[in-house]
Ligand binder design. Structure first.
Ligand code: NAD
Length: 338
């Protein structure tokens, strides 16, 4: 098969295209010359982070089986990011809603089987990994085999693991060319930074930008700030995902960074970028997730010849600038009430 299956003239559907990673994927596929591009999300177009006029944009609820059939009609390749999800604060408070993503992943996969697509990619998560491996500060890099025996994050992680298994078994039993990779904390501009779905990098960028704009330097951190994570810049995530889809490997595959930092260190970098020092208020009962999590990229290096290229500092510079500009342009339009 061709090494460029996404750019050989076939049609590509990006589900969850109004969201953070989906929006970047549509932008990247356009740049790579994919002309027959369909973008789909449940949100009205006005709420998409990135929306392009020359793309076949559609608003549909993929929890519905008929919508999935309409979505996939005349499509060669499916890239599925659609999920009701957010950062730790969201998934800890909405575990049942996260489980309902099973409707999207089931109906979409069945439609893909019935229509006969050339490739089907599912965005899974590091939340599938066994939590017992992540409960202390001596961080171990998680390998793809560490998801089983299973003890995933409750709700969101369990649904992701189930959807992975659907992909694996639909491939084995029905011949659907389904694949999946596991993202580790993807961050960057054009994503949620407020409203409850934002993840730590964007949330901290917002809090620091607010401190800069208002002069109020008090900043809340969930837990003691010593929980460790690795973060991957969105451009690297898109590059790895496209390479992975092109490779036609099945997965699982980690798409993440091997360099972990504590939340306190992450905040320190953002403060340095912004040129401000905030007063840290630690909220001990805030949702924190596991104690330490980091990707092992051995397989990604072997299979894709891929490693991240954007440093955390560089990626945070881009993210902070974007979040700051969002807040600053809004506060110019509607000055804050004192
Ligand atoms: P996001 O919330 O920005 O994007 C998801 C999009 O899916 C949203 O725009 C949402 O409106 C859409 N959606 C939700 N329900 C839908 C439905 N019923 N029908 C159609 N569209 C629907 O999230 P993201 O950060 O861009 O994540 C994309 C994918 O990657 C998700 O599946 C997520 O679980 C996975 N992932 C992300 C990360 C990360 O760090 N961002 C980490 C691991 C896995």
């Amino acid at each position: 098969m061709s090494a460029t299956i996404l750019t050989d003239g076939g049609s590509v559907l990006v589900c969850g295209a109004g969201g953070f990673i989906g929006g970047h994927m549509v932008a990247a596929l356009r740049r790579r010359g994919v002309r027959c591009l369909r973008a789909l999300d449940i949100k009205p177009l006005a709420e998409w982070y990135q929306c392009f006029e020359d793309v076949d944009n559609r608003v549909l609820d993929l929890r519905d089986t008929r919508s999935c059939r309409l979505a996939i009609d005349a499509v060669d390749h499916v890239i599925n990011f659609a999920a009701d999800m957010g950062g730790m604060g969201f998934i800890a408070a909405h575990r049942a809603e996260c489980m309902l993503n099973v409707l999207i992943n089931t109906h979409l996969l069945v439609a893909a089987r019935d229509k006969g697509v050339r490739s089907y990619y599912f965005a899974s998560s590091a939340c599938v990994y066994n939590q017992e491996l992540q409960d202390n500060n001596d961080i171990i890099r998680l390998r793809e085999s560490d998801a089983w025996p299973a003890l995933p994050e409750e709700g969101y992680g369990l649904e992701k693991l189930f959807a992975e298994e659907m992909c694996r078994l639909f491939r084995r039993d029905f011949g659907v060319p389904a694949s999946y990779a596991r993202y580790h904390n993807v961050y960057g501009p054009h994503g949620a930074y407020e409203g409850g779905r934002e993840k730590a990098p964007a949330a901290l960028c917002r809090k620091v930008a607010e401190a800069k704009l208002t002069g109020n330097k008090e900043l809340e951190i969930w837990g003691d700030g010593e929980q460790r994570r690795s973060f991957l810049y969105v451009d690297d995530c898109i590059d790895a995902t496209i390479r992975f889809v092109e490779s036609q490997e099945q997965g699982p595959l980690n798409i993440g960074s091997e360099d972990s930092v504590t939340i306190n260190e992450l905040l320190g970098m953002i403060e340095e970028i912004a040129g401000i020092k905030c007063d840290r208020m630690y909220k001990s009962n805030g949702p924190q997730g596991v104690r330490g999590r980091c990707s092992d990229n051995t397989l990604a290096r072997e299979v894709l010849n891929w490693s991240p290229s954007v440093t955390l500092y560089q990626g945070l510079q881009q993210t902070y600038e974007w979040v700051y500009n969002q807040l600053a342009s809004r506060s110019k339009l509607a000055p804050r009430q004192r």
